[in-house]
Design a protein around this ligand. Structure first.
Ligand SMILES: *Cc1c(COP(=O)(O)O)cnc(C)c1O
Length: 522
């Protein structure tokens, strides 16, 4: 990378990962190349606003003044606007097209949610305001809590976890607190090998040793395998339902009974709740703790790192360990219980706090807007349509792609493996990259790990038949090209994206996040 010290326009440097340059500028039609803001900084004296020179005052920095230039990019307001707009156009999103990322439930976020979340009474309040001035917000939190309990059949809910993984931590710490209260020092958590990576990570982070349970040949977990692994050392099982292969665990009730009989607790990873809302209540299945990704199931926006929201519902056995704060009725309104002593007087033993304040308020507002605008029948239909859409995609592709666990119906997402690419020299990664050239964000690939070359497709309920038909036709075309031996289309992909194949492993292992003045990155 180079900094252009003078203002003369030069042909921008080519990078090895960029698509072959066809133009002088590096722009591809109206898709503009854009340098880092630091690479294109003009003069640091250039600013977006004109302010009069400050009057001379005596410095009160006691010799701590900056001596070197600050190194800010000197851009005018229109230059700044263009920089960020150009970058934003490189971002694929659910608002731009179908986003079939399995396990992520990339559904449309109704704009009504956004409108409601921007009401000043929700958007402009502060968590340190006196509680009597934010009774509406606390009431909203109580309403969301009530509906989550209704939908899950559980006893208590903690709204503060900021994502699914954070919710897992909350649930596992509640389980740990319950064991400790009984004086039990159990050290093992059972996790099926199809689990999302956050499950074993959470168990380990909570101080447990992870013991893996193999999946059966049909992709589900056998109660027998769980029974065989249960000892008086086992604190809990962490199971996902529907599981990461897109299948409902048929023996879940027997698993819950075995886990409880062994004195352990049942944590359910609820990331796939979108498949069963209004159909099955996790509490009725014997689950003790489950996180709900509001940013998946309840349509609040996600991607690009946040903000998520991962409330945790708890069974009667764990309810008293729910973290602070929680709300109780007081007179006409609500009061937040924020300290362990008060909670203790109410018979609770909170595991502590997970966040400084009360969680992602904006996501709670969007969730309530989603719940109230859908109603109970609408939420149930959303789940039914999500399952229908996944099976529509499955039916459209099953003769040209391969399903690892046989030709059986799926829940809200459909799993394929790379068997259909055998002997073509084309990998799952190549296939996914070729989808980018066709204007589709790839599905989740190489997850779950129990399937070779996994491709996990979750269309969600918000895609219509036309969009699904187009998607199926595109994947059929790719699958047929692969079986014809048109390897070029895959090995060179993406050919049309602003960047070609990136070394994603290296990017994850050796992230270079800091730009240095000499144009290098560190
Ligand atoms: C998304 C997901 C998680 C983690 O949720 P985050 O909100 O991303 O932290 C855990 N388990 C499964 C199965 C998931 O799909």
């Amino acid at each position: 990378m180079t900094i252009h010290k003078d203002d003369r326009p030069t042909r921008p440097a080519e990078t090895s990962t960029a698509a072959p340059r066809a133009t002088f500028t590096g722009h591809r039609g109206l898709d503009q190349e854009e340098a880092l803001i630091f690479e294109r900084r003009g003069s640091v004296t250039k600013t977006g606003v004109d302010l009069p020179e400050p009057s001379r005052t005596k410095s009160r920095l006691a010799g701590l003044e900056r001596t070197a230039p600050i190194g800010l990019p000197g851009l005018s307001e229109p230059e700044t606007v263009r920089h960020y707009v150009r970058l934003s156009r490189k971002n694929y999103s659910i608002d731009a097209g179908l986003y079939p990322l399995g396990s992520c439930t990339m559904k449309h976020n109704p704009r009504l949610n956004e409108k409601i979340a921007r009401l000043p009474g929700f958007a402009d309040i502060h968590p340190l305001q006196p509680q009597r001035t934010v009774q509406g917000a606390i009431t909203l939190m109580q309403m969301v809590s009530g509906y989550l309990l209704e939908l899950t059949g559980m006893s208590a809910v903690a709204l503060s976890p900021r994502a699914g993984a954070h919710g897992e931590l909350c649930g596992m710490l509640a389980i740990k607190a319950a064991h400790e209260a009984k004086g039990s020092k159990r050290s093992i958590v059972l996790v099926p090998d199809s689990a999302h990576g956050t499950n074993p990570a959470t168990a380990a982070f909570s101080g447990y040793t992870v013991k893996s349970i193999p999946a059966r040949a049909d992709g589900t977990v056998a109660a027998e395998a769980v029974r065989a692994a249960l000892t008086d050392e086992v604190a809990a099982i962490m199971l996902t339902n529907p599981n990461t292969c897109g299948l409902f665990e048929p023996e879940i009730v027997a698993i819950a009974e075995a886990v409880h009989a062994a004195g352990a607790y049942f944590y359910c990873d609820g990331a796939n709740f979108n498949a069963i809302v209004g159909k099955v209540r996790p509490g009725d299945l014997g689950i003790d703790a489950m996180h709900i990704n509001l940013h998946k199931t309840f349509s609040t926006p996600h991607g690009g790192g946040g903000p998520g929201s991962g409330p945790v519902v708890l069974s009667q056995a764990l309810a008293s360990y729910a973290p602070l704060p929680y709300a109780v009725r007081e007179g006409e309104g609500f009061k937040l219980v924020e300290d362990a002593e008060t909670a203790g007087r109410q018979g609770n033993a909170p595991l502590g706090r997970l966040t400084a304040f009360h969680g992602q308020m904006g996501m709670l507002v969007r969730t309530l807007a989603y719940m109230l605008s859908h109603g109970s029948d609408g939420m149930r239909q959303a789940s039914e349509d999500a399952v229908l859409n996944a099976n529509y995609v499955r039916a459209g592709l099953r003769d040209v792609m391969s399903q690892p666990f046989g030709d059986q119906p799926c829940m809200h997402e459909v799993l394929f493996d790379d068997h259909f690419l055998k002997d073509t020299g084309i990998t799952t990664l190549d296939f996914a990259k070729a989808m980018i050239d066709e204007g589709y964000h790839p599905m989740t690939v190489y997850f779950p790990l129990v399937v070779h070359g996994a491709m996990l497709i979750e269309p969600t309920e918000s895609e219509g038949k036309g969009a699904l038909d187009q998607f199926v036709a595109t994947l059929r075309d790719l699958a047929e090209a692969a079986s014809r031996g048109d390897a070029e289309r895959f090995k060179q992909a993406p050919r049309l994206a602003p960047r070609r194949r990136l070394d994603e492993t290296k990017a994850a292992r050796e992230p270079r996040l800091r730009w240095k003045d000499d144009g290098s990155c560190a």
